[in-house]
Write a protein that binds this ligand. Structure first.
Ligand SMILES: Cc1cc2nc3c(=O)[nH]c(=O)nc-3n(C[C@H](O)[C@H](O)[C@H](O)COP(=O)(O)OP(=O)(O)OC[C@H]3O[C@@H](n4cnc5c(N)ncnc54)[C@H](O)[C@@H]3O)c2cc1C
Length: 342
């Protein structure tokens, strides 16, 4: 376990709402660290619909979901937020009034005065393909993510799927695999056209195989795959020899460890009061899609409003002796100085 990282606020989740919380906290001189399970910031916007247009962000007639995340990252830069990506917040324990110790599955420890849970729909988890007995192979020779590419060097790899993850990993792992096959049930892909073109070029050069069909069974022993059984669309079957299979069938969202933090829950959401978005536990706030209250709308703009009010109350925990004076960024020279524009 590492030495505790000390921070004013620990934000659980680096989706759009967690990111904007950094801005609202920063204006009040409150420092934040953010933890996210994903290996990138942006939550649902970056993971589920990066190229889709969003039309209901106030003052921005249209932007892509990834464009919004990029703009938020630019906006919070003056506050130098610290990101801990690829880690899941597992435990939260009270150490004082205020004060919490937060632990992640990566062994990182934080001591925070305030916690802002911006965990959206919870943790993204890979969808398991409906293949009998697949559980016995998971983490031994069936993987839903690539944590270390080197682990796949020299292997006969089978990648299953037709989205961005399947295509990206096909392109990245092809140079280090002893042999790589991409299997998809149809000829069209949901991935970026450029990736599809690059994959097709590799097939043309004989560097990888592309096969149409679906996995119906696994062959191996003790969790180690030797081959998979594949059914073609015309009903005929064949085998593909492989020692690692990577199925990329998309992600679902599960509440995950949020359920174990001693907070009141209502149908997998965290009830909050609408004055400051504090939960049943003083010093722990819930903002964005993860919270519930009468009239809640799961919209990014609602989460932005919630982040602003959360920051005002967080200030009382972080600076109990300081009076907070409300100021506009347009007219306050001290706020402009913090933003690096004054
Ligand atoms: C297809 C689609 C289109 C949409 N279109 C719009 C639109 O046009 N306009 C609009 O306003 N909204 C839209 N939404 C909804 C919008 O994306 C959500 O309201 C918004 O993403 C919520 O932001 P958030 O930061 O609360 O949560 P999320 O974006 O869900 O981010 C939460 C983050 O928390 C992380 N996390 C969860 N648990 C933990 C944990 N224990 N430890 C560490 N990290 C954790 C997750 O990995 C995730 O990255 C759309 C949603 C979808 C799916």
């Amino acid at each position: 376990m590492s030495d505790p990282v000390k921070t004013d606020v620990l934000i659980v989740g680096a989706g759009p709402v967690g990111l904007f919380a950094v801005f609202e906290l920063g204006l009040l001189d409150i420092k934040a660290h953010l933890v996210d399970i994903l290996d990138k910031v942006g939550g649902q916007c970056a993971e589920l619909y990066p190229e889709k247009p969003i039309y209901d962000i106030p003052g921005i007639p249209v932007c892509s979901a990834q464009g919004l995340i990029d703009a938020l990252m630019q906006q919070i830069k003056p506050f130098n937020p610290q990101f801990h990506l690829g880690e899941m917040v597992e435990g939260i324990e009270r150490t004082g009034h205020p004060g919490f110790r937060v632990t992640t599955d990566g062994g990182r420890v934080f001591d925070a005065k305030v916690i802002a849970v911006a965990a959206g729909g919870g943790s993204f988890q890979p969808k398991r393909p409906p293949i009998p007995g697949i559980e016995a192979y998971e983490t031994k020779s069936v993987y839903y993510e690539v944590r270390k590419m080197e682990a796949f060097r020299g292997k006969k790899i089978l990648i299953v799927g037709g989205g961005d993850s399947a295509l990206d990993w096909t392109l990245n792992l092809a140079p280090i695999a002893s042999h790589l096959t991409l299997l998809h049930r149809r000829q069209d892909f949901r991935a970026a056209p450029d990736s599809v073109n690059k994959m097709t070029a590799l097939v043309g050069e004989g560097k990888i195989d592309f096969v149409l069909g679906q996995v119906t069974g696994l062959e191996g022993a003790g969790g180690q795959l030797n081959a998979v059984n594949v059914k073609r669309n015309d009903g005929s079957t064949f085998h593909i020899a492989c020692d690692a299979m990577l199925p990329f069938f998309g992600l679902t969202m599960k509440l995950g460890p949020v359920a174990n933090w001693g907070l009141n829950l209502d149908k997998e959401l965290i009830p909050v009061n609408t004055a400051d978005f504090e939960t049943s536990e003083p010093g722990i706030f819930a903002i964005g899609d993860i919270n519930t209250y009468p009239g809640k709308l799961k919209l990014i703009l609602s989460g932005f409003h919630e982040a602003a009010l959360m920051a005002q109350k967080a200030h009382r925990y972080v600076y109990p002796d300081k009076k907070l004076t409300f100021q506009y960024t347009t007219s306050s020279t001290s706020l402009q100085k913090k933003l690096g524009v004054g």
